[in-house]
Write a protein that binds this ligand. Structure first.
Ligand code: ATP
Length: 303
């Protein structure tokens, strides 16, 4: 059983466009046009796409905050519409921008409060809050009021709140936005540890480098449809992106650098080595530049 499964999700919104000074016209916005995806246990899945592509709408449907017009979604086997309460019990959610913290309460008190809402005993909620504040590197500020927290501290507290009830499935909508490099790195480390613990993680981010570092599989969504899905490596291969191989070869007449572009780096490396050997040349340095997920993303969304 997949941890998360969405089949052909569709969702539209009714919006009102201003026409002239006073009149407004009703328009239908098709946010999702048949989104399907699945996430395995112990997997980090990255949902990528341009602004307005439908990422947050997908996360909101999976976390029961929105009801789809049609299609089906299950989390831990529970139907997100018919078994919404059970779904809420097994997910942790970070939405951007995050709301709902009590500004006068400290970070610790906020976490204990949310732990209690999830049914933890006071003792258990306090124990868990203390542990999580350490995990997100906020233990030094645990007694300061939330209103004094910086943007990055708030983002880290949101992640701690999402984990307070030890959920097996975690949805993170732009979890590192606005974080300084050190904090962003510690959140990436935390995401990797969630995966190691066997949880399923859905992550949305515009930071493609980050996605490539932490995600096992990626779905690129545009205009409410998943256009490509697979591991970053699979996606690059499917799109026929080219690796660049640079090799410095030395012979009797000096050294030179050869540069080859290829979709099959292993075969090409073998060919270069055999050719060098056959010609009595020595390879002193070799570098393989892999295409980036950013190149793949741009190729997909600009089609
Ligand atoms: N409550 C709403 N009412 C009307 N339209 C909405 C509503 N929520 C989302 N939309 C529209 O649905 C589409 C998808 O929005 P969504 O927030 O899912 O995009 P996104 O991929 O998360 O974008 P971003 O990267 O900018 O966060 C957009 O056209 C958006 O304007």
């Amino acid at each position: 059983m997949s941890a998360v499964e969405a089949i052909n999700l569709r969702k539209s919104f009714i919006s009102y466009e201003r026409v002239g000074l006073i009149r407004r016209r009703k328009v239908k916005v098709n946010a999702l046009n048949g989104v399907s995806l699945s996430i395995k246990w112990g997997e980090v899945y990255g949902l990528l796409g341009p602004n307005g592509a439908g990422k947050t709408t997908t996360v909101k449907i999976l976390s029961t905050l929105l009801i789809p017009d049609s299609g089906l979604a299950r989390v831990n086997g529970f139907d997100v519409v018919k078994e919404a309460r059970r779904v809420r019990g097994v997910i942790g959610l970070v939405l951007y921008p995050d709301k709902g913290f009590y500004s006068r309460l400290s970070g610790f008190e906020n976490l204990v409060y949310f732990g209690r809402l999830y049914g933890l005993s006071r003792g258990k909620a306090e124990e868990r809050a203390g542990e999580l504040l350490k995990v997100v590197n906020l233990d030094w500020a645990s007694n300061r009021p939330y209103e004094e927290y910086s943007l990055g501290m708030r983002a880290r507290l949101s992640i701690a709140r999402a984990l307070i009830h030890d959920p097996p499935v975690v949805f993170l909508d732009e979890p590192t936005i606005g974080l300084d490099p050190v904090s962003a790195r510690s959140i990436r480390g935390l995401i990797k540890s969630l995966k190691k613990e066997g949880r399923a993680v859905l992550l949305t981010s515009h930071n493609l480098w980050e996605v490539e570092e932490v995600c096992d599989r990626v779905g690129i969504i545009s205009e409410g449809r998943v256009l490509v899905e697979g591991s970053p490596r699979d996606i690059k291969d499917k799109l026929g992106l080219r690796y660049v191989i640079e090799a410095e070869v030395n012979g009797d007449s000096g050294s030179s650098v050869i540069r080859v572009e290829t979709t099959d780096p292993v075969a090409e490396l073998r060919r270069i080595m055999l050719e060098a050997e056959g010609n009595g040349l020595r390879i002193s340095r070799i570098r393989v530049n892999e295409p980036t997920l950013e190149e793949a993303y741009i190729k997909v969304v600009s089609k």
